[in-house]
Design a protein around this ligand. Structure first.
Ligand code: NI
Length: 399
């Protein structure tokens, strides 16, 4: 009985792929940024209101988040399923017939996440008689920038009823071992923590020909960058993964002028929160001490932090077992390594156990696979139904 209903779920999900693609294209054509998602919100609410759910709450988060609730007819716990909805300030170059023309772009697949979660909601609403417990659908803003997840948590998305477990996924091509449509899973660390920082170097401006009367912040910045590279290579165990990148440097305007100041922006990644804290402390000390040893002044501002995404082993294994039992072992693949990408899904996991999965949406033709955040990024629409089916199956099989 159970397996038959799971097989029905699989074939129904396959049938719904066209509807999922249609929603994805509608969102793709009109991407919106950060917390400012009125059109996206209206599409999500329109689709959810067709499903006869118990509750659809719009205007959440900082104004355009949505969450909804479906109570199953069988007893059980409360599971949250989460999608993010925001796009990126990238000028689209895919040439697709539904490409965005407004200067923003769904270049990370969040249009597909939203469409797949709407698909999962439909699959579950159609079979609520067999559904154990309650499912909370969370459509959050601003995953790419800040406060998306926390704004939804503050709006009560994890309460009334209290959410016992949360599941989310990211689609795309970052995980090259996966085949299109497969779900990648992992127990423990899944994505890294990130600390974004801004470094200010104060020197003393002057004439480029008389450097002894100035304090050159460009030279201090160069020395600082080199020393910062030794934090990961010389101060952290080779068995503990960590990254430190300076992605931007700005200072000075002319070849014969010594600038007064210089600014750098960068980020660190790590999986162990203690290591992230160690990097923060050593970064600050290195910047301050390098600058002062060269007669300047260095400061560090931390401008954004995301904790690591650490999967609850029980939830990760449950997803694997449910998908293998229901649909077969080709559906899943254990990922050998976590990703050094970061995700604000981590904030939900600080509140409640859960797991984050990868959904592979690559094309068989490698020429069509562009990196995330690239102006030609695209997802393989023919497999979106497997993401919807995986989330719905987890909810149906959740005990
Ligand atoms: Ni993303």
């Amino acid at each position: 009985m159970e397996n038959r209903s799971m097989r029905d779920l699989e074939s129904r999900a396959r049938e719904l792929n066209g509807a999922i693609v249609e929603t994805r294209r509608e969102l793709h054509a009109r991407p919106e940024l950060e917390h400012d998602l009125p059109f996206t919100e209206s599409v999500v609410v329109r689709e959810l209101e067709r499903l006869g759910l118990d509750e659809v709450k719009s205007a959440q988060g900082r104004g355009h988040g949505v969450y909804a609730t479906l109570k199953g007819k069988k007893p059980g716990r409360t599971l949250a399923l989460r999608a993010d909805m925001d796009a990126l300030p990238v000028q689209e170059e895919t040439g697709l017939p539904f490409a965005s023309t407004n200067g923003a772009m769904h270049a990370c697949g969040h249009d597909a996440h939203t469409a797949m979660l709407l698909g999962a909601a439909r699959l579950l609403a159609e079979t609520r008689d067999e559904l154990p417990g309650t499912v909370r659908f969370i459509f959050q803003p601003s995953e790419e920038v800040d406060s998306g997840a926390t704004s939804m948590i503050e709006s009560g998305a994890l309460e009334n009823p209290h959410v016992d477990e949360i599941i989310g996924l990211h689609t795309g091509n970052l995980w090259s071992s996966l085949k299109p449509g497969q779900i990648g899973w992992r127990a423990g660390p899944m994505m890294a923590s990130t600390n974004a920082f801004k470094i200010g170097i104060e020197g003393k401006g002057g004439h480029g020909a008389i450097p002894n009367l100035s304090v050159d912040p460009i030279v201090i910045a160069a020395e600082t960058i080199v020393r910062l590279q030794t934090l990961v290579s010389r101060e952290i165990s080779p068995f503990d993964p960590a990254v430190l990148t300076i992605g931007s440097i700005a200072g000075g305007k002319a070849g014969n002028v010594i600038a007064g100041s210089c600014e750098m922006v960068g980020m660190t990644r790590a999986f162990d929160p203690k290591l992230a804290e160690f990097l923060r402390e050593r970064l600050r000390a290195t910047v301050e001490n390098t600058a002062s040893s060269m007669r300047g002044r260095g400061t560090v501002d931390f401008i954004g932090y995301l904790p690591p995404v650490v999967n609850d082993p029980a939830c990760a294994h449950k997803m694997r077992d449910i998908l293998v039992d229901a649909f077969g072992k080709d559906w899943v693949q254990e990922l050998a390594l976590p990703s050094t990408g970061a995700e604000d899904f981590a904030f939900y996991l600080e509140k409640t156990p859960g797991a984050f999965f990868f959904h592979c949406s690559t094309f068989d033709d490698p020429e069509r696979n562009y990196p995330h955040h690239n102006a030609r990024f695209d997802v393989n629409e023919s497999v979106l139904w497997t993401g919807a089916a995986a989330m719905a199956a987890y909810a149906k099989g959740n005990r």
